[in-house]
Design a protein around this ligand. Sequence first.
Ligand SMILES: NC(=O)c1ccc[n+]([C@@H]2O[C@H](COP(=O)([O-])OP(=O)(O)OC[C@H]3O[C@@H](n4cnc5c(N)ncnc54)[C@H](OP(=O)(O)O)[C@@H]3O)[C@@H](O)[C@H]2O)c1
Length: 271
Amino acid sequence: MGKAFQKIFITGASTGIGRQLALDYGKTGSELWLLARSEAKLTELAGEIEIAGGQAHILICDATDEPAFLNSLGTAQVESGGFDLVIANAGWGGRMRYPGDKNIDVLNQVIDLNFRAATQTLEFFAKYMVIAKHGHLVGVSSIAGFRGAPSAAAYSATKAALISYLESLRFSVRPFGVYVTDIRPGFVRTPMTDRNVVPMPFLMEVDLASKKIRRAIFRRRKRFTFPWQMAVLLHLIKAAPDFLYDFVAALTFGKQAVSGRTGKAESNSPS
Ligand SMILES: NC(=O)c1ccc[n+]([C@@H]2O[C@H](COP(=O)([O-])OP(=O)(O)OC[C@H]3O[C@@H](n4cnc5c(N)ncnc54)[C@H](OP(=O)(O)O)[C@@H]3O)[C@@H](O)[C@H]2O)c1
């Protein structure tokens, strides 16, 4: 896939998909700006990237702390002089439980991270890319944005909103030579899915997911759902009547999981 991008910004780069993308782009010699809350993990990753031949700058920040986050985005913009590729990847699953007293907390945190911070990232850098008439903006949404997923009302809603946002953004920035890609992963083995209590069909390893995502970005795909088996399944699920969707969800995940009565409401604290 060559060294297509010289300067790259990634949120949620300390673990999982973001970390793997950073490492793989680093190996191609890219200069990276990586944002997350875990300083130790980002420092270790930056070391690995330098050994692999890339360059990495780390930004320790909670993306839901708006003033601090916008400040970090500004710092990255000034230091880099402008990005070729921006990946709004940070996200949290935020399982909800019924009955439960944490759902409003979870809801707020998921909205703030998965939608507010993701769209702020893209808007912030879109402004500079449009002026420079150059750049590629990527959002990591999810297959959970296709239909309301069990135990994940906040997560599904934010990913659906992000899918719509990315599609609209594409129309606005394309006349300025700026590309937009919506990455919609199925299940990928990361710390996020390690916490899952439901079955995960077609679970993919993170290195393969990174390869597929990077190829989709390289090809300037408008949207990319993977793995393909999940993409096919989801098109059927999207068109299915409600009674069939409910039946299949209960069959696959179990009635307790579908109603949010298994597992516990999670918290999203950095490790
Ligand atoms: N894995 C899957 O199966 C799957 C499927 C569909 C979509 N996705 C999407 O892919 C993206 C990456 O997920 P993943 O599976 O790689 O999850 P992950 O391993 O849990 O990574 C999440 C990343 O987001 C960062 N993060 C969380 N809260 C943050 C905050 N408040 N401020 C700044 N950074 C924060 C985490 O770093 P710190 O904790 O250090 O801050 C971490 O780097 C997410 O948007 C997710 O919704 C994943």
